[in-house]
Design a protein around this ligand. Structure first.
Ligand code: NAD
Ligand code: ZN
Length: 367
């Protein structure tokens, strides 16, 4: 059970391979796409402990020279110091433009290594080996790379596409359940945006997705296809790509209000609560049937995701604080907010004229 998604982007295209055993095939797969290339392998300490040996051995068997950089696990590695370390290692190993930076890890590693690939020698080859569900269905597709600034998340970066993505579904067996569920919030999102049949399929098959059965490969492939289609239509996010932000305006505000403390809330959990909020807000505005919002909440709860602001541990959040973060989420036009709202499951749309007062009142009731 393996699948290939071809991402077509104007002048270039690349494959996302999804299936079991791909870590041990990394060498041959990379050699097939980038013959003769040497590799700088970037990973984090957790992933290095569990999966680095498999990937390194495979690269060696394929005769690929490897330089490895291991950075600490976690969001804090998306910073200038780490970027410098990765860049200097790649340059110091005398890798050239035709050689590849390979990201082995979650979204943090993909964003950091991808940005390094974009700027060393004005652009080296780049390969993603995402090892979290979030990275496999979201961050490794679409070409956004970058690091955080002291002024905020993801403020420094580049659009930079890989030559190949290897999504090893069995690499997710070692992911903590909480991280798996967080990535699953993005999977459910694709159904909720524009594919009600996929959402219904997830309701019936989520247990198999979590336990690593054939439905896992299917869910990842359908998610990658949904993101790839959206990105192909709008590579630089001028229009429809914004739909991918379903649940994210509320979600980002919740993450910020929690000080990006992963003990309280990780990104996908913020998205889960944000998605439930977007549906309930749409019901309140008379746009969405109440039973659809209830169905969404039931499913997210079933997989163990939070759906209420009060589900967040560590004390209450204030509506005013959340509104401040929503206003900073660069989605404000002439005092009105842009939100992804919905007419029902699979029927999300971009609303660019939402009154901040309505949002505030809604949040006040939700606290
Ligand atoms: P992450 O990279 O921090 O990984 C989460 C945790 O899981 C880490 O502790 C990591 O060491 C560990 N881990 C990774 N793979 C593992 C495995 N197979 N087994 C055991 N542990 C493993 O976080 P993430 O959720 O993957 O990504 C979040 C990042 O992605 C954020 O920085 C976010 O901004 C970024 N992101 C980028 C895009 C994009 O389009 N570029 C989209 C969404 C999110
Ligand atoms: Zn997200």
């Amino acid at each position: 059970t393996s699948q290939t998604i071809r991402v077509e982007l104007g002048t270039r295209s690349y494959d996302i391979l999804i299936g079991e055993g791909l870590l041990a095939q990394a060498g041959e797969r990379i050699a097939a796409v980038l013959p003769g290339a040497r590799v700088a392998l970037v990973t984090d300490e957790n992933v290095a402990r569990i999966h680095l040996e498999t990937v390194s051995a495979s690269l060696e068997r394929a005769g690929i020279g490897v330089t490895t950089v291991v950075v600490p696990a976690g969001e804090a590695s998306k910073k200038f110091d780490r970027l410098q370390e990765v860049v200097e290692t790649v340059v110091g190993a005398r890798l050239e433009r035709g050689d590849a930076v390979v990201a082995l890890g979650g979204g943090v590693i993909g964003d950091l290594a991808g940005f390094a690939a974009a700027i060393v020698r004005r652009g080296m080859r780049f390969v993603q080996i995402p090892t979290t569900l979030l990275a496999q269905v979201d961050s490794s597709v679409g070409g956004k790379t970058g690091i955080n600034s002291r002024h905020g998340k993801n403020l420094v970066g580049a659009f930079y596409q890989p030559q190949l993505v290897l999504a090893a579904t069995d690499a997710l067996d070692t992911l903590p359940r909480r991280e798996f569920a967080a990535g699953y919030a993005e999977v459910a999102k694709y159904g909720l945006i524009g594919d009600a049949a996929f959402f219904a399929w997830l309701e019936a098959n989520w247990q198999d997705v979590f336990s690593g059965g054939p439905a896992r490969t299917e869910a990842i492939a359908r998610s990658c296809q949904a993101k790839a289609d959206t990105v192909a239509a709008d590579e630089r996010e001028t229009g429809e790509r914004a739909l991918l932000n379903l649940g994210h305006t509320f979600g980002h505000a919740l993450e910020a209000a929690c000080g990006y403390d992963a003990d309280r809330l990780v990104h996908g959990e913020g998205v889960a609560i944000g998605t439930a909020l977007a549906h309930r807000f749409s019901v309140e505005l008379g746009l969405c049937p109440a039973e659809d919002a209830e169905r969404v909440e039931r499913h997210l709860q079933a997989v163990g995701l939070p759906t209420r602001i009060s589900d967040i541990p560590g004390g209450p959040l204030s509506a005013d604080e959340l509104m401040t973060h929503i206003g900073q989420d660069k989605k404000v036009k002439r005092g009105r907010l842009t939100f992804i709202l919905t007419h029902g499951i699979g029927r999300s749309f971009i609303a660019d004229d939402v009154s901040p007062e309505r949002v505030r009142d809604f949040l006040q009731r939700e606290l």
